[in-house]
Structures are given as structure tokens and as C-alpha cells.
Write a protein of this length. Structure first.
Length: 347
């Protein structure tokens, strides 16, 4: 038996999501997202975000959302500021840059967070008119290493972006994990108030697929659907996304699934620490990063699907474990017990 802790999208979808899709399966629905399910889901999201006039569009996945949304907001000579560890930079094969826009990378710490102090020097350099013009700041919440932005941090970043005429965009692939983290002090509506555009991730929080892009200022959204179509991001069976997002926010399922992932991650984190393993970073969300001896890692591969994140030194690897809506206490207990046996045998 193998335990699955490689990512939070290894399993199809929560049963409530699947049941909602099955219930609507043979109804007959208008295509391209113009159906009643989709319109209702958009209204729910606007209400939850406290943004009654915002544009909401459903996308297929995170990379697609990042590319379409960020490039839509920019003119040809404008660029995106991001952390060097940002998903848009390190995990998307140059998808955004293939649109002709530049990524301006900022060196950040392991936590992956951008701050006004880190961005300011780059803005000074790019006052030179021979260079691209920074226009949009890209952040992730949670970050690539599972950290979350506090209200004070996001407020400061938002204020800085406004004073420098920059859009602030939040990749919300794991927004559910961020908002249900013990380190979080933001509601969804407060979070939405500090950014110009963001998305609510479904792929990594119990949907089959899908992200909900929210752009606050509808005056900036003219012809977004045309660009979405041009870039291959419109689904003919768009009603399926509407059905899933409608179910996601019914009965607080969005928060329940993310809370489960975080709670199981916390349990796993304590278990690994009690076995003597050291965290590379102590993540408050559903991504855990531990320094694992190579001799243990070679045996870990036989019992667990997890990810080699980076080399720590000649004798250790940083390994990422990710929990999801599907992770149970028995999964965590079983993995801990199996690793304990590996440790005992390796002594």
C-alpha cells in the first residue's frame, strides 16, 4: 500500500461535488458559461467576496488563469513583478512570457512573500524608459512554500501598489488553505478588498478542476470573454464549472475541505517532528517541507508518493508532503507508523 501525499489534486473530487455534477448531467444546459448554474455560482462568489459588481469568470486551471488574467491587464510594454519562487515563474514553462510580457523577479526568502521594501528598488531601476514598465504585482496566497499573508502584510502591499499605480493580483490556487490556516487573520471579503484581481482555486480544493477569477473593477473587464476565447480558455460545457462552484460554496464545503487538509497537515507535521525530522520551513497550511536523510528517502519512496523539492546537502533532501480534502487521520497515522519503522530499521 502506498500513501498519497504528493499533491492536493491526486484525487477526483469531493462526493458532494460529484453528486452535484451527476444531478445536472442530463438536464440540458446552455454552453460557454451562459447557463443558470454558472450565473448563480457567480452571484454566490460575489456575495461571499463582498463584491456585488465584480466580474467573475470560471477558468480551467491555475496556469491558464495566470496567463489569461495577467496578460489581459497589461499593455505590450508592461511587465509583472513576482517572487523568484512564484508559480508563474518557476512552474509554468514560460507560459506567461510566451504572451510577450516580461517577468521581473524579486529575490525573496523561503516564505515566498513579497513586501513593499523588496519591490521598491526594482521600480526605481525601471524608471528608465528603455526598460519594460512594471504594472502588475503577482503574489500567491498560500505561497509556494505554504505561508500565508497576514492582514497587515497584505494591507501594506495593497497600499504600496495603489500609490505606485500597480495592479495587485493574487494567485489563489490554495486560497482555501490560506483562509483556513491558524496563521490567517483575513476573511475572504477582507482579502478581496486588498487586491485588484484574484482567483479562488478549486482544482487544489476538492473540485475536478476549475478556478474562479474575480476582477473587482468591471471598467477594466471589457472584452475579457473575447480574450478568454482567443486563448482557448472557454469551455463549451462551461455549465459543469458552474455546477461545481455552486456546490463548493453550499454548506461551507470550500472551507470544510481546506480545513481538513490543514488539520491533517498539522497532525503529520507534529508526527514527523516527533520522529526527529526537521522542517525546512514550518508551514501553517497543507504543504509540508521536511529535511529527510537520503537513506530514509530511498525507502520512503516505497511507501509514499511525495515530492523531492530540492537538495538540502549531500546527505539530505527537502521533501514536500501535501494533504487534501481526501486525507484522513488513518492516512496520517499509517504514514507516520511506516516512517517510524523505516527509521528504526536504518539505525
Amino acid at each position: 500500500m502506498k500513501y498519497w501525499f504528493k499533491n492536493d489534486y491526486s484525487f477526483g473530487a469531493h462526493p458532494q461535488i460529484m453528486n452535484a455534477v451527476i444531478a445536472a448531467n442530463l438536464q440540458g444546459n446552455i454552453g460557454y458559461g451562459f447557463d443558470e448554474h454558472t450565473q448563480y455560482a457567480k452571484d454566490i462568489i460575489r456575495e461571499k467576496c463582498g463584491l456585488p459588481n465584480a466580474m467573475v469568470e470560471f477558468m480551467i486551471g491555475g496556469t491558464q488563469t495566470n496567463v489569461v488574467a495577467c496578460s489581459f491587464m497589461l499593455r505590450q510594454w508592461e511587465a509583472v513583478i513576482c517572487a523568484n519562487s512564484a508559480h508563474i515563474n518557476g512552474h509554468e514553462a514560460g507560459a506567461f512570457e510566451s504572451t510577450g510580457h516580461k517577468l521581473l523577479q524579486v529575490e525573496v526568502g523561503i516564505d515566498g512573500k513579497l513586501t513593499p521594501e523588496l519591490i521598491a528598488p526594482l521600480l526605481e531601476i525601471h524608471k528608465d524608459v528603455h526598460l519594460t514598465k512594471p504594472k502588475l504585482v503577482y503574489i500567491s496566497n498560500a505561497t509556494e512554500t505554504g505561508e500565508v499573508y497576514t492582514k497587515a502584510e497584505l494591507m501594506a502591499l495593497s497600499k504600496f501598489c495603489k500609490s505606485n499605480n500597480l495592479y495587485l493580483f493574487a494567485d489563489g490556487a490554495r486560497l482555501g488553505a490560506a483562509l483556513t490556516s491558524k496563521s490567517n487573520d483575513l476573511t475572504l471579503s477582507e482579502f478581496a478588498s486588498f487586491v485588484d484581481l484574484f482567483y479562488i482555486g478549486g482544482t487544489k480544493n476538492g473540485l475536478m478542476y476549475g478556478e474562479a477569477l474575480v476582477i473587482k473593477n468591471v471598467d477594466l473587464c471589457e472584452d475579457f470573454f473575447r480574450m478568454k476565447k482567443q486563448m482557448g480558455a472557454v469551455m463549451a460545457k462551461g455549465w459543469i464549472q458552474g455546477v461545481m462552484f455552486k456546490a463548493l460554496f453550499e454548506d461551507d464545503l470550500f472551507y470544510k475541505m481546506a480545513s481538513n487538509a490543514n488539520e491533517m497537515a498539522e497532525k503529520l507535521q507534529y508526527g514527523l517532528i516527533n520522529l526527529g525530522f526537521k522542517p525546512w520551513i514550518k508551514s501553517p497550511t497543507n504543504q509540508l517541507f521536511f529535511i529527510i536523510p537520503n537513506k530514509v528517502k530511498s525507502k520512503l519512496n516505497d511507501i509514499c508518493e511525495c515530492e523531492d523539492w530540492c537538495v538540502y546537502d549531500n546527505n539530505h533532501m527537502v521533501v514536500r508532503f501535501v494533504t487534501s480534502f481526501k486525507t484522513s487521520e488513518s492516512d496520517v497515522d499509517g504514514l507516520i507508523e511506516s516512517i517510524k519503522n523505516i527509521v528504526l530499521k536504518s539505525r
